[in-house]
Structures are given as C-alpha cells and as structure tokens.
Design a protein around this ligand. Structure first.
Ligand code: MG
Length: 314
C-alpha cells in the first residue's frame, strides 16, 4: 500500500465514473462550532479544487443571523474568482433575497434545501412542506430564467428524529414536486444517518417507478451509524452517479444523536478507487487538505481514511 491507494478490483454492475459533490465548505462548516476565517475557507476551497474536485458547494446565502458560520458569503465569493472554469461552486439559497445576493456575485449554480417531513420543515424553515415549496417556486423559476442550474435537497428521506421512519411515498411526492418546480438535480439526504442499503434500494426503485430519472439523483448519506458507504454502494448499484461527501467528514446534523455526520470524501474516494471507478480526485492531496483543515479547527478528522493515511505518512 505504498502509494496510499487500494488495489483497484472492479465489481459488476457499477458506473465507470462518479461525480463527487463536495459539501465540506458549506454543509461541513455550517455545522462546526468554530467560525472559520474567510481566508481559511478560500484556501480550503482552492485546495479542494487542487485535489481534483469539480463541484464544490461554497457557501450559503441564508440570513447571516441564522448561520453565522457562513455570514461571510459576500467576502468569500470574490476570493474564489480565480478558480478554473471547470470548477462549479454551487451555493445554498433559501429565498428570493438569497438568490439576489447570489446573482449579484455571479453564482452559476444554486441549491434549495427542502424537507420531506413536516417536523424538519418546521424546525429548519419554520414552514410546512407546502409552504416551503411555495417559497422555493419563484426562487427556482427566477434562477432558471437567469440560466442557473438548480439542485434541490430533500432532507430526512429515510428517517426523521421526531417522526421516525419516513415512508418512501412521501419522498417520491416531494421529489416530483421539486422537479416540477424546475430543479435539474435532486439530492436525497439521509440527514440523521439511519438509512440501510435495502431502504436505499426501495426508495430508488419507488422513484424510478414514479418517473424520477436516476440520472437526476444524487445521494447524501451520513455516517452516524457507519452505514454511509454501504448505502452509497447500494445507490451505485442502482445507477446513481452523483454522490455528496464532505472532505475529512466535516460537519453533521445538529438533530442527529451522534457527532459523526457527513460521509467523508476520503472514505468515498478510497472505496471508489478500490472499485476502479474514476473520480478525478487525488486522494493524497485531498487527505493533506483535510489534515490541514483539522489543524485549523483544532480537532482530528473523523474520517477513517484520513486517519489511516496520515498515520502512514508519519
Ligand atoms: Mg449533510
């Protein structure tokens, strides 16, 4: 294992290439207790791009009072202007005001953050699911009219801390409605990490049967119960080719029981490399980035792969 990569041994029925949607700078840092200086965020994103990531969710245009960790979007975005054109920097936009701010800064991709369950819609957006979709409708329409690509997040797709297991039909309904609003891509979020592979397959099959094309879907797993990679493999077997992950496993969900959260990008890349699936990511550079970021945050990365590889280097 001298090169820090697993031996590639392909398996049947998997895609040749996976597009990683990197969420560390947004989903990761918004859930960290520490507020990271803007210059450190800019360096983080440059390093992620340097490691070969091409879809790097950069920040969020929520009201600064809601998420003080990301209150610096206006000063961060110009510091990313020198990134190559092949690097997409999606930003989270909650409402019309957020979209206007994103458009002023030249954002080309946005995401709206919806919930499948009423409890989380209420907790996160202080709205019902219907009210939140009504709030997104003009945002998505205006973004599309401006030529932007729009991702729709669906949170609590498998379980909800207040409501328990989430029926697949509920997810299908909200997914269809987000596509009808004009979203180009959906990200199926297991926000509290309770999904298991059979549930993933059942949801993807139900979405298929409802006419939601697998090519419009990304998956967003959390590793709270150690299931994120198993769930990812189940999704790949179903034909999903977009996977969300967070460098170093940054962030989590404030409503989950454990601090472990987002699937670590390094753990994902290790598995994909082992399967011979192309990602375009340099695992060594990515790991070095997460070790550096862990130093900035003052605590070690929870990623098993980051720990294993950084031990090897010592
Ligand atoms: Mg997440």
């Amino acid at each position: 294992m001298s090169n820090g990569l697993p031996m590639p041994v392909p398996a049947e029925g998997l895609p040749p290439r996976v597009r990683i949607h990197e969420v560390g700078a947004r989903d990761g840092l918004q859930n960290e207790k520490t507020v990271v200086p803007t210059e450190v965020k800019a360096e983080f994103i440059h390093r992620l791009a340097g490691a070969g990531l091409t879809a790097i969710e950069a920040t969020s245009f929520v009201h600064p009072d809601w998420v003080p960790q990301l209150a610096d979007a206006e000063s961060l975005f110009p510091q990313l202007a020198d990134l190559p054109t092949g690097v997409d920097l999606p930003v989270l936009v909650p409402n019309g005001r957020g979209l206007d701010r994103a458009l002023e800064l030249g954002a080309r991709r946005i995401a709206v953050f919806g919930s499948v369950t009423e409890s989380f819609a209420k907790a996160n957006l202080n709205r019902t699911v219907d009210e939140s979709l009504a709030m997104f409708a003009p945002v998505v329409a205006k973004a599309r009219a401006a030529g932007l690509q729009v991702r729709g997040y669906l949170s609590m797709c498998f379980g909800d801390p207040w409501e328990g297991p989430v029926p697949v039909d509920r997810v299908v309904t909200v997914a269809r409605r987000l596509l009808d609003l004009g979203c180009d891509e959906l990200s199926l979020g297991d926000t509290i990490g309770v999904a298991t592979p059979g549930h993933v397959q059942a949801l993807l099959t139900a979405l298929d049967e409802a006419g939601v094309g697998t090519d419009t879907l990304g998956v967003h797993f959390h590793d709270t119960y150690g299931q994120a990679l198993s769930n990812t493999l189940a999704a790949l077997q179903h034909g999903v080719t977009t996977v969300d992950a967070s460098a170093g496993g940054l962030g989590g969900c404030p409503y989950a029981k454990s601090a472990t959260g987002n699937l670590a990008t390094e753990d994902l890349v290790w598995m994909l490399e082992g399967l011979g699936i192309e990602t375009g990511v340099d695992l060594g550079r990515l790991t070095a980035t997460s070790v550096w970021m862990a130093g900035q945050l003052g605590r070690p990365s929870p990623s098993r792969t980051v720990r294993a590889l950084s031990h090897q280097e010592q």
